[in-house]
Design a protein around this ligand. Sequence first.
Ligand SMILES: Cc1cc2nc3c(=O)[nH]c(=O)nc-3n(C[C@H](O)[C@H](O)[C@H](O)COP(=O)(O)OP(=O)(O)OC[C@H]3O[C@@H](n4cnc5c(N)ncnc54)[C@H](O)[C@@H]3O)c2cc1C
Length: 413
Amino acid sequence: MHGLRRVPENLSGRGDKVMEDKYDVVVVGAGPAGSTAAYSAAKNGARVLMVDRRRELGVPVQCGEAIAEDILNELGIKPDRRWAVNRTNAVKIVSPSGIEIRISEKKVTGKVGYVLNRKVFDKFLAVRAVKAGAEAMIGSYVNGLVFKNGRIGGIRGVGLDGKFEVAADVVIAADGVGSRVARWAGLNTALRFDDIETCAQFQMVGVDFESLSMLEFYLGSRISPGGYAWVFPKGDDLANVGLGVLGSRAERRPIEYLRDFVSRMPGLSKGKIVEVNVGGVPVCGPIEETVGDSLMVVGDAARQVNPLTGGGIDSAMRAGTIAGEVAAKAVEEGDTSKERLKEYERRWKEAMGKRLTRYLKAKEILLGLSDGELDKLAEVLRGVKFDRISLTDMLKVLVKANPKLLWKLRGLL
Ligand SMILES: Cc1cc2nc3c(=O)[nH]c(=O)nc-3n(C[C@H](O)[C@H](O)[C@H](O)COP(=O)(O)OP(=O)(O)OC[C@H]3O[C@@H](n4cnc5c(N)ncnc54)[C@H](O)[C@@H]3O)c2cc1C
């Protein structure tokens, strides 16, 4: 035991047990990445502490809440109506001039999805981690790393009862888009102006949309410069309506674009706003290095977000699962060096590295297209019957119709 300060009993969330002050693994952040990492590390036998500054996990919501079903299948998580509130199997993409492309998933290929209630889902993932044996310290802000002989040896912060320090063999940085843990450890997580999509979202009631099972996406520099607007149905007349913009292209705040978007859509403008969410999504592709001695970085902190769609829940959970497992094994073997932890980096890259790179390229190509060019692409795709939601299928149709595009789209096919 080389703990520095005993954590008071009432922070443990388990009144009958005094929290230990030395853990095998400390996870900073209890979003999808952190809770999944904590679960996986605990399942693999590690003593785990998960720390989050929020007093209520998942709140405020900073998410459109759409998720593909495949990640749940992959991790053996059964969808529960309490958090998987609406099932989706179709997508509508609307071009700047209003040309609609519809894709419905005919086969069950894993692209069926859900609109979540993140307030319940994030809590569910945290409870799952605690049930697997992890401790949770909620309402506790981590404000620094503890170094021992020049190497990461734990974290320090401020909790409900004041300052605390906890020793750990491995620290997992799952502290989201504004991550500071990785930076404290010397990793480069700097985001440039164009690396981040700034988003605003209304949860609206009393709205009309085409179908409860359809996710709607709207493109165009007037609607959402450098991004897109979305309508994700959550219930009969309830939907998340939001958009993201790139700072370098937007002339106004995202919420102003969102108000305009809503006012131009008759099915939405008659609705009432019952929640306002804002947040940033890193759309630059993953950071170069996601491990250091006694350190791993997961989820938005590692920028493991799909740069085209801004969806990051699935990659956060995938990376968290791998990180937790590798951390537990490394601690058991008594080797938490960067070299040993590289297994995490190798495995998450195998699982999703190529896909994220491809989506980054696709995003860059799309950003280079004018509204007129987007309309032309939509014209080509409009009549085609797609029976699965696949970027590759769309690209193949585009290149067939317009071989000149092959040069622009090279590397994506
Ligand atoms: C408007 C918007 C819409 C989005 N829509 C979608 C969508 O529809 N589908 C999708 O898949 N993704 C979506 N995303 C992205 C998605 O929300 C993230 O990719 C996902 O939440 C990443 O999970 P995470 O665990 O890495 O980070 P987070 O969910 O951000 O969790 C990080 C946690 O770390 C905690 N934390 C941070 N710093 C500290 C600290 N110093 N001390 C203690 N705790 C700390 C925070 O309180 C938080 O709980 C959206 C994002 C935004 C902003």
